[in-house]
Design a protein around this ligand. Structure first.
Ligand SMILES: C[S@@+](CC[C@H](N)C(=O)[O-])C[C@H]1O[C@@H](n2cnc3c(N)ncnc32)[C@H](O)[C@@H]1O
Length: 120
C-alpha cells in the first residue's frame, strides 16, 4: 500500500489485516478504543478478559511496526469488574506491551458526560 492509498482515508476492516499492508514507521499517531474485554458482547462481540492480552498483543506488534519512532500511541481502555474485583487484563497488557518495547508514559481519565453515574 502506498501513502496515497491510506493518507486521509477511512479504511474499514480487521485492524490486524489492514495494518499488514501499511509500511513500517509510517504513522505519527494511533488512537484506538478496542473492546473493553467482553463488556459489550451484545453490541460488537467481545473478548474474555482472561484471553484479552493474547488477543491484543499481535495487534500491538503491528501498531509498533507501523508507528514512527517519534509516534504516539493512545489506548482508550478500561478494566472490567469480574466476580466483584477489577480484572487485571489492562495492567497485564501494559506489562506485556512493555516487553514488546513499548514505553508506558501516561494514563488519563475519560470524563464521559453521558455516563450512567452522571445521570443519578
Ligand atoms: C469500544 S468500541 C469503540 C467504537 C468507536 N471508537 C466508538 O467510539 O464508538 C470497540 C470497537 O472495536 C471494534 N473491533 C473489535 N475488534 C476489531 C478488530 N480486530 N479490528 C477493528 N475493529 C475491531 C468493534 O467492532 C467496536 O466497534
Amino acid at each position: 500500500m502506498t501513502k496515497k492509498d491510506y493518507l486521509d482515508q477511512i479504511i474499514q476492516g480487521d485492524c490486524e489485516k489492514v495494518l499488514e499492508d501499511l509500511p513500517d514507521n509510517s504513522i505519527d499517531l494511533i488512537f484506538t478504543s478496542p473492546p473493553y474485554a467482553d463488556q459489550r458482547t451484545k453490541t460488537y462481540g467481545g473478548i474474555n478478559p482472561n484471553h484479552y492480552v493474547d488477543w491484543f498483543l499481535p495487534k500491538a506488534a503491528q501498531f509498533k511496526r507501523v508507528l514512527k519512532p517519534t509516534g504516539t500511541f493512545i489506548l482508550n481502555i478500561k478494566e472490567r469488574v469480574v466476580d466483584g474485583e477489577r480484572h487485571t487484563y489492562v495492567i497485564d497488557l501494559i506489562i506485556k506491551m512493555r516487553e514488546q518495547g513499548w514505553l508506558w508514559t501516561e494514563g488519563y481519565i475519560w470524563h464521559k458526560k453521558n455516563s450512567q453515574i452522571e445521570k443519578r
